[in-house]
Ligand binder design. Sequence first.
Ligand code: 3VV
Length: 259
Amino acid sequence: MLRSCVSRLRTLAVQRGLPGGAPLPAKDPWSPRVNPGAGRRERAAKPGCVRGDPRSFSSEVMHMDLSLPNPSWSEDMRLLFDQFMKKSEDGSWKHLPSYKSKFTQETEDIKIYFPDAKLMKEKLSQAQLFPRSLEEGLGFEYAMFHNCVEDRTVCIFQGGPYLQGVPGFLHGGAIATMIDATLGTCAVVAIGVAMTASLNISFKRPIPLGSVVVINSQVDKVEGRKLFLSCNIRSVDEKTVYSEATSLFVKLDPKTRLT
Ligand SMILES: CCCCCCCC/C=C\CCCCCCCC(=O)SCCNC(=O)CCNC(=O)[C@H](O)C(C)(C)COP(=O)(O)OP(=O)(O)OC[C@H]1O[C@@H](n2cnc3c(N)ncnc32)[C@H](O)[C@@H]1OP(=O)(O)O
């Protein structure tokens, strides 16, 4: 299991395209080259700045790892990030980079599921990852870490002001998005390209806007192409359970078209 997970992560890292297009060194799947300097994403841009924020437009921004600290991150978010980076030093945890739009090889992989590859290519050229589509500090600020030995993905998440549902609290759809993204990442790392077949969420407590929460996901069971996962969302002090979820992800069958 560990070997296949390490190999899967290595493949994904190569697929996602390292800076300069260099593949990971074969013997070091956790190489920090996946996320060079994995430390800070400090920029001069003001948090909450919409117009003129370069994050939306430049190709540099499209390919920038957005799961690194930025000025909109609260102290809690930074502390948690540093804790997980520390845990990553011995190789048991791995920081997973995340981009607005950088699916080079995955795009190629996905294309086989579509009959009109040309049309799909055009669509994908304008596509952005949904949770990365809002400007810095306004929407989804998050970073994910994966533990291959335990088949777990943890997401530290700070929901910004554009994710409001009931005044002062996060929208249920925004919570579901981050649950799906965390479970989906856990699934993809474990078995490769997979899609959510079902997702069942219990919203137990409202999540205050701007607060930091921890999404803990894990693989519970694998049955052929079916992967059963569960997760919960807790406060940083772990005293409050905000949500719990179970899900089924299905590994895509290369013989079946998606459309
Ligand atoms: C070092 C760097 C590493 C970096 C790593 C980073 C990696 C991160 C990368 C990327 C992360 C991405 C994270 C994103 C997450 C977001 C994911 C989404 O939101 S997905 C969108 C919403 N979902 C859909 O739109 C699917 C729509 N549904 C379908 O297309 C099909 O139903 C599909 C593909 C799910 C299954 O279709 P079939 O044709 O392949 O398979 P069939 O035969 O229907 O089902 C297979 C088995 O699953 C069961 N099944 C299917 N659907 C079920 C359901 N709803 N409930 C229960 N069972 C179901 C069936 O009964 C069958 O079971 P039996 O083999 O017979 O035992």
